[in-house]
Ligand binder design. Structure first.
Ligand code: ADP
Ligand code: MG
Length: 319
């Protein structure tokens, strides 16, 4: 029996996923660490730490160490990885080989930080794979041929756009605007419109439950009761919100994504560009699941866009 199992890690800004050879996806946790400010000790990682976001007493802080796509908090990233690797690698003494996905266009310094973090966390060897490339592999896109393909991966912190051909990335760009920004614009819009203050977790729930960028295909609008605080009095407040209002809030971030994708497309050479127009764009990442986003992008870009059914797991499967 083979004891040492190689591990693939999707080190995302919102979620970390681990795949172990022969066992499948064994870990899926939010990329959050809770630490005691006084002692520096890690109290929780993943889902348990996430529940503490925005709710922690004075001495505890819950942080997202990869908030903006790359390691913004190196020490925390390392501690988080260490805990996750411990969880999945309990019974083996031999250190695993690990392949980690990183945003395309990360600097050498950032690359070294990821490698270092994975080594410190207990890997024997560390390999890196570019995220959009892993996403394309995971979505089973045919990428070894000369035909150009475009992948748009909308995560929590970043939107990655890449053109792939002959098994490599030809052009890529990363925008620091994705799912988190959608949550922020929802929270701001509801504050201005209804005088209610909500946290980022509530905003995310709203987005996933009733968020959309185009009217729903069944033609019905949705509503939802939410609770928060009154902007002026800070008293508890409950209101019913409409999906139209949430849609309004999502216009600005989605428009910015369109501009960004267009810019990347413009930088693509004409032959690959016509392949992309023919083959369409693969939309992936959790943010890509926003209702109507595939149709919206298709309309705005005038290129077919299809959203992957396995948007949340493509990267780790690709790893
Ligand atoms: P990352 O790769 O950066 O860790 P993910 O690909 O895991 O990010 O996607 C996380 C983002 O996707 C979050 O902002 C989350 O709110 C968003 N998300 C997840 N599911 C949905 C959904 N059904 N509709 C809209 N957004 C979603
Ligand atoms: Mg991702």
């Amino acid at each position: 029996m083979k004891l040492i199992r190689d591990i693939g890690i999707d080190l995302g800004t919102a979620n970390v996923l681990c795949y172990v050879e022969g066992r499948g996806i064994v870990l899926r946790e939010p990329s959050v660490v809770a630490v005691d400010k006084n002692t520096g000790k890690v109290l929780q990682v993943g889902a348990a730490a996430r529940n503490m976001l925005g709710r922690t007493p004075g001495n505890i802080v819950a942080v997202r160490p990869l908030r903006d796509g790359v390691i913004s908090d190196y020490e925390m990233t390392e501690k988080m990885l260490e805990q996750f690797l411990k969880k999945i690698n309990k019974f083996t003494l031999v250190k695993p080989r690990v392949i980690v996905s990183v945003p395309s266009g990360i600097t050498e310094v950032e690359e070294r930080a990821v490698i270092q973090a994975a080594m410190e966390a207990g890997a024997r060897r560390v390999y890196l794979i570019e995220e959009p490339f892993a996403a394309a592999l995971g979505a089973k896109l045919a990428i070894s041929g000369p035909e150009g393909r475009m992948v748009v991966d909308i995560g929590g912190g970043t939107t990655e756009v890449a053109v792939i051909s002959l098994g490599g990335i030809v052009t890529s760009s990363s925008l620091r605007l994705a799912g988190n920004r959608m949550d922020e614009t929802i929270a701001m819009h509801l504050r201005d419109l209804l005088g209610i203050k909500i946290g980022e977790r509530t905003a995310e729930v709203i987005k996933i439950k009733i968020g959309s960028i185009l009217p729903f295909e069944d033609g019905r609008e949705r509503d939802m009761i939410i609770s928060g605080q009154d902007v002026l009095t800070e008293q508890p407040k409950e209101v019913t919100i409409q999906s139209e209002d949430v849609r309004q809030a999502l216009q600005a971030p989605c428009e910015e994504m369109v501009i960004h994708i267009k810019e990347t497309f413009k930088k693509t050479n004409p032959d690959l560009a016509s392949d992309i127009i023919q083959n369409g764009i693969l939309l992936t990442g959790g943010g890509g699941l926003l209702s109507g986003l595939d149709r919206y992008l298709s309309d705005k870009l005038e290129i077919p866009v299809w959203v992957s059914e396995t948007a949340l797991t493509n990267v780790v499967m690709g790893c």
